[in-house]
Ligand binder design. Structure first.
Ligand SMILES: [Fe+2]
Ligand SMILES: [Fe+2]
Length: 399
């Protein structure tokens, strides 16, 4: 049975939660405590799968508690329940919380968030990688883009479109603002897939606070993992996103799907960034072996870690509450045949765009170049479209 721990200084609220979640009592071991100190004491005695904490509490508040839990029990999923959504609250939670739910909370929403997080725990088999991903507060970003962003924000009248564009060139910044904007804090009816739209929702003030707050956007140090270049990955990711959108356009998909394709393409290799920054030495060995023996990098990852960059990336994005089609496309980009959707989806667009991006560009992040799964595309009746997609995408890269 999975163990859940709820923390709130208001006994009435805890009783309410207890009542609401009663139907789940045979599946979940639910525990309720009234302060951060009690929560830490409880966690010292037994492992907790998910912690759901209030934000405003006397003594240790939600953000302090989550930071402490992150240090002491990095494997626990951390969800915050909060009534405030101002920039200041966001800034304090943006690191330590995996998900944000707004108060008063809809029981169905809460049940779904918990069920989803629990299902995820079983998705990634490897405990070490699970810990690695659960521990991450923020992904490292490219120093050059951070400078561009601060420069734009310092202008007298910064352009939100320009800000969105700079953000969308960086994997770490994009993931962070989409995590925020898609959280229940903003209560949007539809998930946001477009970084510029996300920037508009968050507002320039919040983005400025995020960009300038220490430690939220931490810079990637090139020396961390030999053979891995975040610059090359950023270029490859940006190109893959653009090509995935073109494939969707060629298929006359609606704008929402086009945006999902771009975003999923931009984020498809986020797992490489997680592995290179979290396990730099081992990951350097993985890249070296893939290079020397001409094996697909994800196969070598499987050998080393029992999971691939696609698995770890999808796990992190799911943990951070990004939209499902994005997670699916990231998870399946090397093995689209594992997809259960019988028609065109972002998973297919990203798989194809990833291969084209390697074909067309010198920014090769994987050696050998990944191959199209033509058997799968044929089974979907899409084999006849490949050449048209390729021509269409080539136009985008050739001047
Ligand atoms: Fe990949
Ligand atoms: Fe890739």
């Amino acid at each position: 049975m999975k163990t859940l721990l709820f923390v709130d200084d208001e006994p009435r609220l805890l009783q309410g939660l207890q009542r609401l979640l009663r139907p789940m009592r045979h599946e979940w071991d639910m525990n309720f405590v009234e302060s951060g100190a009690q929560a830490l004491a409880f966690m010292a005695t037994q492992p907790v799968d998910i912690l759901i904490s209030d934000m405003m509490m006397p003594g240790m508040d939600g953000s302090q508690l989550l930071n402490e839990v992150l240090k002491r029990h990095p494997q626990t999923v951390r969800i915050i329940l909060s009534g405030q959504a101002g920039p200041e609250a966001i800034l304090r939670l943006v690191g330590p919380a995996h998900q944000y739910l707004s108060k008063p909370c809809d029981p169905e929403e809460l049940r779904k968030a918990i069920t989803r997080s629990l299902a995820l725990r079983d998705l990634l088999g490897n405990e070490r990688l699970k810990q690695l991903a659960t521990r991450i507060k923020n992904l490292p970003i490219l120093p050059a883009l951070q400078n561009q962003l601060t420069e734009e924000l310092r202008k007298d009248s910064p352009s939100v479109e320009r800000v969105g564009e700079i953000i969308s060139r960086d994997i770490g910044m994009t993931v962070k603002i989409l995590q925020l904007v898609n959280s229940a804090f903003f209560g949007l009816a539809q998930p946001v897939n477009n970084p510029t739209e996300a920037a508009v929702y968050l507002g320039l003030n919040t983005i400025r606070s995020l960009a300038l707050a220490a430690g939220i956007f931490s810079q990637y140090e090139q020396a961390m993992c030999k053979l891995f270049s975040l610059d090359a990955l950023a270029q490859h990711s940006w190109l893959t996103g653009g090509l995935a959108r073109r494939v969707a356009q060629a298929e006359r998909q609606e704008l929402k799907i086009q945006e999902q394709c771009f975003l999923a393409g931009l984020l498809h290799d986020v797992g490489q960034l997680i592995l290179a920054s979290g396990l730099p030495e081992e990951y350097a060995e993985v890249i070296a072996k893939s290079d020397q023996q001409n094996l697909p990098v994800w196969q070598v990852e499987m050998e080393f870690f029992g999971a691939t960059h696609a698995d770890v990336g999808a796990y992190l994005l799911a943990l951070w509450g990004l939209p499902n089609p994005i997670i699916e496309a990231v998870a399946l980009h090397h093995q689209p045949a594992r997809c259960h959707t019988p028609e065109f989806s972002p998973a297919i667009a990203v798989h194809v765009a990833d291969v084209f991006a390697h074909e067309f560009s010198a920014a090769r992040t994987e050696v050998p170049v990944p191959q199209l799964d033509t058997t799968y595309l044929t089974s979907l009746g899409l084999a006849g479209r490949i050449e048209m997609w390729r021509d269409n995408c080539r136009e985008a890269v050739e001047p």
